[in-house]
Design a binder for this molecule. Sequence first.
Ligand code: RUB
Length: 318
Amino acid sequence: MVLTDTADKIKSMEIRGAGRIARAAALALSEHAESLEITNFSAFRDEMNRAADLIAGTRPTAVSLPNAVNIVMESLYHATTVTEAKMAISQKAREFIQSSKNAVERIGRIGARHIRDGDVVLTHCNSEAALACLIEARRAGRDFTVFATEVRPRNQGLLTIRVLNEAGIKTNFIVDSAVRSFINDIDLVITGADAVTVNGAVVNKIGTSQIALAAHEARTNFVVAAETYKFAPRTILGEFIEIEERPSDEVLPDDIAKSLPFVTVRNPVFDVTPADYVDLIITESGAIPPQMAYIIIRDYLGWDISEFGKEFDIDHHD
Ligand code: RUB
């Protein structure tokens, strides 16, 4: 089954990275809708709501996932028959996937302008949005060097160096803890994002905030490449972004861990970089200061502060 198959692949990180997760979720919902043989509209809607919850619950941090699910599922609310609903879901999913790919391309073009000849750029984890900036700068003929981190414990840095190598970009591969030793050689840090909150804080792969701190201390620019669907609407309702903690055996094999009864392995896989440490967020709609996050949430995701009043009223009267 496509739906459970995609859900399993997202959980096991066979499909990973916030943008890819969002597109896979949209596609899985659309294929699931198509495959249903239910003719009763209300039963169809119930099943789609169940599917949406299942796919949205696979990984908790990347807000691109619930945003993509909501965008696709909203199309269901205007339908009155199963046929209409199937068509609307399939169209919305296709539109979302295409606009997500276009967004990455546009971010690449905007971000590339921030990379000059001779620059040394550091990136962390494996972000297609951040990589798009580097690849586009290379395509535009810019001569620069990259530092890419290893990204413990899942080594996403290996994916990054393969992409950079393929693009013919000179790259230094370093362990995560070597960032501060090199930070004075770095002109620009570019990372991706799993979520951007209303106050402009950036949630990204564990280690990002340490890199931002080192960059801040060294007065090195810290830029985030993030599509508008990575911005987290529910943070205007005061909700926090949940930081995923993955199994301990990703860090330490179980047999070793078991032999150390006083040791607890902790494996949070994302962290929060405050807006003060972020110079710029490059979205497909342009480069913005992190303080403009609310505008993106309001204008691009259609949520504004008044939603807070509505939601509060609903909770209140329940
Ligand atoms: C991936 C990660 C990436 C962001 C942005 O974490 O932190 O930097 O998701 O990626 P994981 P993209 O490997 O745990 O999913 O720009 O590709 O959306």
